[in-house]
Design a protein around this ligand. Sequence first.
Ligand code: SF4
Length: 385
Amino acid sequence: MKELAEKQRFGKGIQLNVQKTNEVKSLLGDLAFLIEDTIKISPAKQKELLLSVLDKCTTVSSEVGFDQNKSGLSSQEINWLLTNPKPRWIEYLIFRQQLFEISNQRVVPDFPPYVLIEPTSVCNLRCVMCFQVDKTFTKAPYMGMIDLQLFKKVVDECSAMGTKAITLASRGEPTLHPDFEAMLDYLSKKKFMEIKINTNGTKLSENICHAILRAKVTSVVFSVDAGTKDTYEKIRVRGKFHEVVRNIERFHRIRSTYKNSPTITRISGVKVMPDQSKEQMLRFWSERVDEVTIKDALPRWDSYNNPIDETIVTPCRQLFDRLYVWYDGTVNPCDFDYKSYLATGNVTRNTLSEIWHGDAYRRLREEHLVGHRVSINPCDKCPIT
Ligand code: SF4
């Protein structure tokens, strides 16, 4: 594993938004007018949020297309706006701005605005930079599939309490769950603004493609790190490049039969091998999906044995802006801690709301806010801030 850390790195992540620049500029123009009109009749807090969004619209118009790290709307936000009806724009932008502020200011909202639910912790691949290569993890009690009733209970609470974004995935490959289509169907009946799936794409059957598109999933993220068979298969061990390409191309063929589909696709890759070429990857995948992102891999294939960083004091934003629910109902603040050393409760015993405001979460946040994260395992070995 040490080898991986020593490989050549990409440096700052890059992102290619495949949308046309003119289309985006026109969207931003419309958006600016809409926000200015809405501000006139908005209460003070909403007005403040919308002014910040307006500022981002102006900034991004000259830089659209690349790099989410620049100020302005992200590629994800732009694509959401391009694919969703105008009457929903303001509500969406307010949610995104609130999420941004919660995350940056480390404030605890009444309920997590973003929840990640893992249908399963099992994965069919053994990617070299993933905790699925930790043999102490891929066995009991860590492996399992969520019960559909438990999944519905979690979704019901999130929906009732105002969560706006749900991701179906965390430690395993979600499409392996036999009830995956039923989960999508259930989610589609709620009013979430963002539904995201992270998948390795190896099991993307025709039925699953239709289920995703019927459910109006907003974002399908394919974990793929190369545009060639050799490099892909060295990294995504057990994956077959030609199958993944076939499945992703088929997904887009099926998507073209859904009128006004809001589903955006993204290739999300990480840098782990010296022979990975970002140019080659962008060339190959930008013709096949809506977005391509590449960044350095997080060192989470063996989180608990990473070197301790004695100097790290920045509080982790993930304690404030999101929450993870695992297959057995365990609630965890992140999946860097894939063995749940930090577990804050279990949704089979308490509600998410009780856990979110419970003692375990409160203590964890306090330690981070006073600069003591180095006293917590594995926050002391984690680069996330
Ligand atoms: S392990 Fe990392 S991501 Fe998880 S809570 Fe600690 S600092 Fe945050």
